[in-house]
Design a binder for this molecule. Structure first.
Ligand SMILES: Cc1cc2nc3c(=O)[nH]c(=O)nc-3n(C[C@H](O)[C@H](O)[C@H](O)COP(=O)(O)OP(=O)(O)OC[C@H]3O[C@@H](n4cnc5c(N)ncnc54)[C@H](O)[C@@H]3O)c2cc1C
Length: 458
């Protein structure tokens, strides 16, 4: 049977919720990062777990790949249909199914976005903290084991997901985990599916841990004379037992990019952006102590605020930094890198990377969730100059090698997708083969998001 006939058969099951219009295919074949357009052969919009199971069973019978789709903000080509097939768009499965204030947990569908969940939680006094900047779906975030600015205090998706409902490659629907805060009951299948990037199953429901909305929040920013001074302040802050909810670094070039876009007039020097959550007295004390540590590190222009509008302006600027950086070189595409090292090695990682980028001639502003040792460069490449792609690709490879040499990982939060496949053997050795064995056990025909994460040996 041809792919065309196979899709026509699936259309009989889903009616108008199977789409093959070119615009839809292209929208589901586009990555936020540098990967070329890779459209699927069809897009489906299921409304229930049973429908997802039916789609998977149908595709398995016809030998068609199945690729989950949240909102497509992943950065390593994760959601691209590298081998064609059907993109399963979860946007019609976006409901909050249950919230328990007593247990501080909730159950949601995978197509709900993180801001959608927080909007729904507003009146409950609870919040969901994981914040990757982009308004990603909770299914996509669990699939990528996403984190972001608040991981330093609240952890990543791995710490928030208590349980899942998953459709396996066979079409069987399973539940993993429970609503209990801890369990010693067998293999940690929830942990296995979190971060599996849609290669082991499609998530159709998530039970998530929630947190109390803090009584008080304060933010602070300051400029440092050097990257090393900023990073030393981060280390001092953590060693002194301060507990920032966010502690973000922007290098001088990133600050210049947001200045140029938003007219902020910030000093074009390395910056730390910090946020504290807690009681009024607690955040005042932590903010003041942070100010002292920053001053000892030579910081200038220390500014702090507990006003919601000023705080949200600050994080809007930080979350928009990626777009400001891309706009700083008109027409450029970005290769986004994601190294993560023990924080004691971060200053070294940043210094070596900066030197390497400077020698390459490619612009590559750096930002990072430095409380976790996580740093990103956006390498800005002229898409019409293949020699620049080559140089930037080599730079990104050296960043990954550097992360491993310094005891870290080639991806702190973005995940593997297609872009990081080439580093997996170096990072994991024989353990990567174990990941391949798990994949073969759960998806013997290799139909779930093929071409991603595991060794490509079929
Ligand atoms: C400007 C910008 C900043 C970013 N900053 C951060 C950051 O700070 N931290 C961070 O962690 N990430 C960051 N990201 C990356 C991105 O937001 C995350 O990877 C996010 O988790 C992807 O969610 P999504 O809904 O867009 O998923 P998609 O991109 O649509 O899909 C991602 C992967 O999940 C799979 N998938 C989607 N839904 C399901 C499902 N229901 N079941 C099984 N598999 C599924 C897909 O097949 C794909 O493999 C950033 C991205 C951008 C554009």
């Amino acid at each position: 049977m041809t792919m065309h006939q196979a899709i026509a058969e699936l259309g009989h099951v889903l009616g108008p919720r199977l789409v093959t219009a070119r615009a839809d295919l292209e929208a589901h074949g586009t990555s936020e990062s540098h990967f070329p357009l890779t459209p699927p052969d069809a897009v489906v919009y299921p409304e229930t777990a049973e429908e997802v199971a039916e789609i998977v069973r149908h595709c398995a019978r016809l030998g068609m790949p199945v690729v989950g789709w949240g909102v497509g903000t992943s950065l390593e080509g994760h959601a691209l249909a590298a081998k064609g097939g059907v993109a399963v768009d979860f946007s019609r499965m976006n409901r909050v199914l249950r919230v328990s204030a007593e247990d501080m947990d909730c159950t949601v569908q995978p197509g709900l976005t993180r801001t959608g969940l927080n909007e729904a939680l507003k009146a409950t006094g609870l919040m969901f903290p994981v914040d990757p900047g982009a308004d990603a779906t909770l299914g996509g975030m669990a699939a990528c084991r996403a984190s972001g600015t608040t991981a330093v205090r609240y952890g990543t998706m791995r710490e928030q997901v208590l349980g899942l409902e998953v459709v396996l490659a066979s079409g069987e629907v399973i539940r993993t985990g429970s609503r209990a805060r801890k369990s010693a009951s067998g293999y940690d299948l929830t942990g296995l599916f979190v971060g599996s990037e849609g290669t082991l199953g499609l998530i159709t429901e998530l039970t998530l841990r929630l947190h109390g909305q803090p009584e008080a929040v304060s933010t602070a920013t300051c400029a440092f004379p050097s990257d090393a001074a900023a990073i030393d302040t981060v280390i001092a802050c953590i060693q002194y037992g301060l507990s920032p909810a966010r502690i973000e670094y922007m290098d001088a070039e990133s600050v210049a990019a947001v200045n140029a876009r938003d007219g902020l007039g910030l000093p074009e020097a390395p910056h730390l952006l910090v946020e504290f959550h807690g009681t009024e007295a607690g955040v005042a004390e932590e903010t003041a102590r942070f100010g002292e540590l920053a001053a000892e590190g030579g910081a200038e222009g220390f500014r702090w605020s507990s006003l919601p509008e000023e705080r949200s302006a600050l994080w809007k600027m930080r979350h928009g930094a990626y777009w400001a950086i891309v706009a700083s070189r008109p027409g450029a595409r970005a290769i986004v890198t994601d190294l993560c090292v023990p924080i004691s090695r971060m200053a070294e990682a940043i210094a070596e990377t900066r030197e390497d980028i400077a020698a390459s001639g490619i612009p590559g502003p750096l930002v990072g969730h430095v409380g976790d040792g996580n740093v990103h460069a956006a390498l800005l490449v002229d898409p019409d100059r293949p020699e620049e792609w080559e140089v930037a690709t080599r730079l990104a490879e050296r960043m990954a090698d550097r992360a491993l040499r310094l005891g870290g990982t080639v991806t702190g939060e973005h995940g593997v997708g297609m872009g990081k496949l080439k580093h997996m053997a170096a990072e994991h050795g024989a353990a990567w083969g174990v990941m391949g064995a798990i994949k073969r056990a759960l998806d013997p025909a290799g139909l779930l998001n093929p071409g991603k994460v595991v060794p490509q040996d079929r």
